[in-house]
Every structure is written in C-alpha cells, then in structure tokens.
Ligand binder design. Structure first.
Ligand code: AVJ
Length: 323
C-alpha cells in the first residue's frame, strides 16, 4: 500500500475515497452511490416487493394527508416546504397535490445530493403539478444546514423522509437534528420518517434481494470509482453482504473481497491491496423503536407534536417542533 500524505483534494469524493480505502477496516460512504446509475438503481429498489419502506411511507401520506398538512398550514401563513434528500419526490407529491388543490400558499424547496435527481424532479413537477412553486437546490445535508438559516423570511417546514436519517449513527443523527433545530424558528416544523424495528427477516430481505438489485446499488460505489477516478475494481471480485442486529436496530452493508487483489486508482495515484475476505463497510440503515425516537428528539431539544403509523407499524412519520 502506498500511503501518500495528501492534504488537499479537489473533490470530496477523492478525499473520502482516499481516506476510506486507506483505513483499516476499509469504508466508503453510501452518499457516493447516488449518481445517475445509482438513482436508477434506488428507483428499482423502491419498486421491489421486499423494500417495504417506500410503500409504508406512501400509505401514511395517503391515509393522513389532511392531518399532516393541517400541521403545515396551521395559522394559515405562507411557508417554505424544504425537503432534504428529495429523490424522486413520489411520496411528497401526494402532499404537494393536496396543498395546491386547497390553494395553500407555499414554496417547495427540494434539496438533494444528486443533480440528476434534482433535474428529474423539477421536470416531472412542471408537467404533473405545474401550479407548485419549485426552487430546487443541489447539496449535501450538512452543507445545506448553513443555507437553511438564510430561509428565515417565512415559516419553514423541513421534511426528511424515507428513513434517510437511518444513514446516520445515533450520535451523528443527534448532531444533525440539533443543527436542524438551531436553524428552526418558533413555529417551524420538522417532518421526519423513521423505519421501525420489525421481524429481522423482513429487514434482511429488504436489503438482500434475490434479484441482486441491492448488490448492484452497493457496488455502484466501485463503478463510480472506476469511471470517475480511473479505478480498476473488478466487480465480480466483491460480494454484497448485509447484516442486521435486532438489538441495536442497525443494518449494515458491506462489500466483501472474495479474492486477494490489488486495485489501482489513477486519479488518487494509489494501489489498494485487499486480502481475501477483507471488507469495505458502505452503508448503515438504522431501524428505530419509539423509545429511541423520543430519546433522539429529547437529545436534540425537539419535542414530538404528532406521529403517524401505517397498518403494519413498519414505519412511522413524526412531526417535531422546537418547544
Ligand atoms: C435511501 C438511505 C433510506 O437505507 O433504506 C436501500 C438506501 N440502501 N437499499 C435505506 C438503501 C439499500 C435507503 N435510504
């Protein structure tokens, strides 16, 4: 392994790939999965029968449209509806449609790490819901937090859906929620989705589909290193592995080298050695119980205003407020 001391990188991707692959054990952040191909694979995941999360949240939005939006439009002042990690906005459209039908005054501000997702969403909204006022932005969660503070003219309703919070371990989730809390004024709300603990087999099946879509999604990290950083990863030499701990509620994804190998990444000027069965940890998808959610809220100085569950209790949406 040639570990060079590099202090400056011209992209976050290069910096984090260098750090993660030079660590022991190795890791790569799941946020880099989402390019055009990664977005498409995530669309395929959401359409899989095993991936219950999307349908569960959809069911909640569909059943409680009125109750949810009543919180948003309380006091009937105009508001900014800010969505972090908007993706394709499929579920959000239920709320957007209802709000426009009721002539509620709001501006929809979707924010996503994927420029591709932002472009697609803006395009589909223009045709499907032309009346909605949309101002999309590209950005990472933590960097977007700074920008949020500048949206202080009107009431803010911040949405963080799809159990995207599950990509953060509790300590980082509290850090993130606390920062959101700091950016919130008195009447602002945080509308957030949590995937719940359930039969461990149901969870494993959602992240380990027999058709290999999740494996391809996970391996898109390697594909991106190959195409964007001149890497020579052989995708056949890695297997997708999923682990779920029913006690902590943490699901973890790995890529496991099935052969000893060396991988060269030209843009980083490094060769990375893998021994057989060495791992790259790629993603965490945290599952929650009510107690843990209350604890996270309390630690972040947020209070629970309301919550909504579907029939199977697979998933839960919460409305958090400041005080
Ligand atoms: C988009 C982060 C919520 O963790 O469930 C789906 C991503 N990873 N299958 C999740 C994902 C594997 C997803 N989130």
């Amino acid at each position: 392994m040639t570990l060079q001391k590099k202090t400056t990188w011209d992209s976050v991707f290069k910096k984090e790939v260098f750090e993660g692959l030079n660590s022991y054990p190795k890791y790569l952040s799941s946020k880099f999965i989402y390019d055009k191909k990664g977005d498409e694979l995530f669309q395929d995941i959401m359409a899989m029968p095993e991936y219950y999360l999307t349908d569960s949240e959809y069911e909640i939005f569909d059943s409680y449209t009125v109750a949810i939006t009543n919180h948003f439009k309380a006091n009937s002042e105009a508001f900014d509806l800010i969505e972090l990690g908007a993706g394709d906005g499929k579920k959000t459209k239920i709320l957007l449609k209802y709000l426009t039908e009721k002539n509620i005054d709001f501006c929809y501000k979707p924010i996503d790490i994927s420029q591709n997702a932002i472009d697609d969403l803006t395009k589909t909204l223009k045709t499907e819901l032309p009346k909605v006022n949309v101002e999309a932005e590209k950005g990472e969660y933590f960097e977007v937090l700074e920008r949020l503070k500048t949206f202080d003219k009107r009431k803010k309703v911040i949405m963080f859906l799809g159990s995207n919070i599950g990509n953060l371990l509790h300590s980082r989730a509290i850090q993130f929620l606390s920062k959101l809390r700091e950016a919130m004024s008195q009447d602002d709300l945080l509308f957030i989705g949590f995937d719940k603990k359930k039969n461990p087999q149901t969870i494993l099946n959602a992240y380990n589909d027999p058709s290999g879509i999740t494996a391809a999604f996970n391996k898109n990290l390697l594909t991106r290193i190959n195409s964007e950083l001149g890497g020579d990863f052989d995708l056949e030499k890695f297997i997708h592995w999923e682990l779920y701990n029913p006690e902590t509620g943490t699901a973890k994804s790995f890529l496991v080298a099935n052969k000893a190998q060396s991988v060269h990444i030209s843009a980083l000027d490094i060769t990375i050695d893998f021994s057989q069965w060495e791992t790259i940890h790629t993603e965490i998808s945290q599952k929650y119980d009510d107690k843990t959610i209350s604890w996270l809220a309390k630690e972040s100085k947020l209070t629970i205003a309301d919550s909504f569950s579907g029939k199977k209790n697979y998933y839960k949406n919460y409305i958090f407020k400041c005080s």
